[in-house]
Design a protein around this ligand. Structure first.
Ligand code: SF4
Length: 250
């Protein structure tokens, strides 16, 4: 499997889940390399913004920013080895994130099988952009899907970032929660239209303020919390930013 690289090893680390309905829960994070999307504000761009690709990124204007050399940010590892590294943390919960983990769901399914041999009750969450349908076996194996459909602020064609069949699948799965990053009031209108268009249950929707610093989160949280109260959505903070800032591997 292709994972993101962190230091000399794969990006596997023990932390607290920072977002969604499981926020605060201790978990091992494992980050897949590769994504089928290229959101302009992506904060895990080391998983896809490789040399030779044409995708723009909001950091392009920074003199210190450059596209990544694929071999320098990818760590290839067997599913069994990844499982051993996760089990070494003695933590009962794992979050499979990316990139887009569903591009490698067969490999992650094998990894889950190895971990469950040792810890049958181990919990697995998967973070996904909602453009790929899980196989029946992968859906059965995963306890929770955190689905984050991308809005127009990701600066990609709708045909790329919105997959009606995948959204219909997750809308019908009781394991799926939908998480949207909200930067401005116009995002709310887009979200509400998307929920109606794809029959997504509002009670499984979380709205999260955009922000990579506490100040940015505070700025967006004030009005977003009020909107959630008025419209009946669940508000969700970004705990990892509050605790550790915008850093990798914590
Ligand atoms: S879907 Fe996620 S990982 Fe992929 S480009 Fe968008 S924000 Fe980044």
């Amino acid at each position: 499997m292709k994972l993101a690289k962190l230091g000399d090893g794969p990006e596997i680390f023990h932390t607290l889940q920072g977002e969604g309905v499981s926020a605060g829960l201790p978990a091992v994070f494992i980050r897949a390399s590769r994504c089928n999307l290229h959101c302009i504000w992506c904060d895990t761009d080391h998983t896809w913004n490789f040399e030779g690709t044409p995708w723009p990124h909001e950091k392009d204007a920074l003199p210190t920013y450059a596209k990544f050399r694929k071999s320098e940010v990818t760590f290839e590892i067997s599913a069994e080895n990844a499982a051993e590294r996760i089990l070494a943390y003695h933590c009962p919960s794992t979050v499979i994130t990316g990139g887009e983990p569903l591009l490698q769901q067969d490999e992650f399914l094998t990894m889950i099988g190895h971990i469950r041999e040792a810890q049958p009750e181990h919990l697995f969450e998967v973070e996904t952009n909602g453009t790929r349908i899980p196989s029946p076996a992968f859906h059965d194996a995963v306890n929770q899907f955190n689905v984050s459909p991308k809005l127009s602020n990701a600066a990609m064609p709708e045909t790329l970032r919105r997959h009606p069949q995948a959204l219909a699948f997750f809308a019908n799965s009781p394991k799926a929660w939908f998480k949207f990053v909200v930067a401005e009031p116009a995002d709310l209108e887009e979200i509400q239209a998307l929920l109606v268009a794809h029959d997504i249950p509002r009670q499984r929707v979380l709205l999260m303020p955009e922000g990579r610093t506490c100040d940015e989160l505070d700025c967006h949280s004030a009005w977003l919390a009020e909107c959630c109260r008025e419209l009946g959505f669940r508000f969700c903070d970004r705990l990892h930013i509050r605790l550790w800032g915008d850093r990798r591997g914590v």
